[in-house]
Design a binder for this molecule. Structure first.
Ligand SMILES: Cc1ncc(COP(=O)(O)O)c(C=O)c1O
Length: 488
């Protein structure tokens, strides 16, 4: 496909800027452009076709089944876009004074109340813009909490599971803590004897996903909480997998002290390609004074942003947080109403249906019922036919299905991490099962077909190492040898 720069011809236009009668801006000579910017010049139909063709080559949740484990790629109800586009929300200036933003503050306050109910923890900050930023905020809260108790120097270590998402150790390091990893036992739970040996008076806390990235609910979670609280440490819940438990169990009741919620996953928000997201944190009352400032509060019937928070860790994001995400999440929760738990029930049911139908064809490393996702291993295909999890993932694309997450969690060799979500109907789940069975047959009969897949996509097998090491993410005229001569 031609690049927009290759389509460009001098003098073609897709639109014009109206003439204005404003005085010329006084821009210092040193900051002025010497030559006009060199932009692609195309007609409007060419422009529309170009970007439509690009969009057609993309794959998204609106294109087909997208079982990307841990990412919770569920349908985003369109009505939420209507709500987010209401003029009073859409056109609100981020610096609007509180009196002129009562509706928006009201919505944020209500969203806080729902999140407090769902997590079982009373203090909420909506500021963090992603799960990973929620993690960093949570660790900063732990630091502030221990510093306030005079234990800031002593508590320098955070424990994570060996199944943890990569952002967990990254956040621990960014927050200036040391990292201690704990093993997983044969049932997929935290190994309690390894854990006991690693929790000391230097431990600040645990950072854990429950259900874990194996899609398994930790059966020893109450004992885990006792071990940490007994040592004076805190428990942080990585809420990326909250989609499995909403309305059924609450991190606060499990013993966690700080939680982040990935609004963009559990409460729907288009989030492929990196954003926008929302990662609010919920905390126990003992940690509430340290929450980021400002906080949304209610005085009688009036809502305001409270900046008077002397123990706060300060701002972690500009303005009041990713507001459009709040509107969509609030609308999503209201659409379910008190039956929000059905969302998690169906997510868990769909995952267990797939697990039951796939376990005969792929290896199942932990033989238990799963929560909202599960991890299979393509180890049997590798052993018998030299076919890897990557080959399976690439071949799925030829069936019009987005690959699952592969090679994660690291404790499972040739891992395929599958998360169907609650928004898929049985026919789509069955199509996925059929595709996986067909691929397993092909592995035995035509392994070469898998090794060279995909065959039907705009690009075939890529050199992924080179793509990561030498990414080409930008083109302009200077890069294009074919640029028509004389264009400016
Ligand atoms: C288990 C887990 N923790 C944390 C994160 C980080 O969340 P975010 O991508 O919003 O930063 C993810 C994201 O995929 C995740 O799956």
């Amino acid at each position: 496909m031609e690049l927009i720069y290759e389509k460009s011809r001098p003098g073609r236009r897709a639109g014009g800027v109206p003439r204005h009668d404003l005085p010329k801006a006084e821009i210092p000579a040193g900051l002025r452009r010497a030559v006009p910017p060199r932009l692609p010049e195309v007609t409007e139909p060419e422009l529309v076709r170009h970007f439509t063709a690009l969009a057609d080559r993309n794959f998204g949740i609106d294109t087909g089944f997208y079982p990307l484990g841990s990412c919770t790629m569920k349908h985003n109800p369109r009505v939420n876009e209507r709500a987010a586009a209401l003029l009073g929300f859409r056109d609100l200036h981020p610096l609007q004074e509180d009196e002129g933003a009562q509706g928006a503050l009201d919505l944020m306050w209500r969203l806080q109340a729902y999140l407090a109910e769902i997590t079982g923890l009373p203090g909420i900050s909506l500021q963090p813009a992603a799960g990973s930023q929620g993690e960093l905020t949570g660790l900063m809260l732990m630091r502030a909490y221990f510093a306030d108790r005079g234990e800031g120097e002593q508590r320098d270590t955070i424990v994570t599971a060996d199944t943890a998402h990569g952002t967990n150790p990254a956040s621990v390091t960014m927050a200036g803590f040391k990292l201690e990893k704990v093993a997983t036992d044969e049932r997929g739970n935290l190994d309690l004897s390894d854990l006991r040996a690693k929790v000391t008076e230097r431990t600040a806390g645990l950072m854990l996903t429950n259900p874990s990235t194996l899609g398994l609910f930790d059966e020893g979670i109450e004992e885990v909480a006792e071990i940490f609280h007994g040592a004076g440490a805190l428990l942080y819940y990585d809420g990326a997998n909250l989609n499995a438990v909403v309305g059924r169990s609450r991190p606060g009741d499990m013993g966690f002290d700080i939680v982040h919620i990935n609004l963009h996953k559990t409460f729907s928000q288009p989030h492929g390609g990196g954003g926008p997201g929302g990662g609010p944190v919920a905390v126990r009352d003992t940690i509430e004074p340290f929450l980021p400032s400002p906080q949304v509060v209610r005085d009688g019937d009036v809502f305001r942003l409270d900046h008077d928070r002397p123990k706060s860790i300060g701002r972690v994001r500009g303005f009041a947080g990713p507001f459009g995400v709040f509107v969509r999440s609030y609308a999503f929760m209201r659409a379910y109403g008190p039956e929000l738990k059905e969302m998690s029930d169906v997510a868990v049911l769909n995952a267990n249906y797939l697990l039951a139908r796939l376990r005969d064809v792929f290896e199942l490393p932990y033989d238990r019922h799963c929560m909202h996702e599960f991890v299979l291993s393509a180890r049997n295909l590798k052993r018998e036919h030299g076919i890897t999890a990557l080959d399976v993932a690439k071949r799925l694309m030829d069936f019009g299905i987005h690959p699952p997450t592969v090679y994660f969690p690291l404790v499972v060799p040739e891992a395929l991490m599958i998360e169907p979500t609650e928004t898929e109907v049985k026919e789509r789940l069955d199509e996925f099962v059929d595709a996986m069975h067909e691929i397993a047959r092909e592995a035995a009969e035509h392994p070469e077909l898998l090794r060279t897949a995909p065959h039907t996509r705009p690009v075939t097998r890529l050199d992924e190492v080179r793509a990561a090491k030498e990414p080409v993410v930008r083109h302009d005229f200077a890069d294009r040898a074919t640029t028509p001569a004389g264009t400016v």
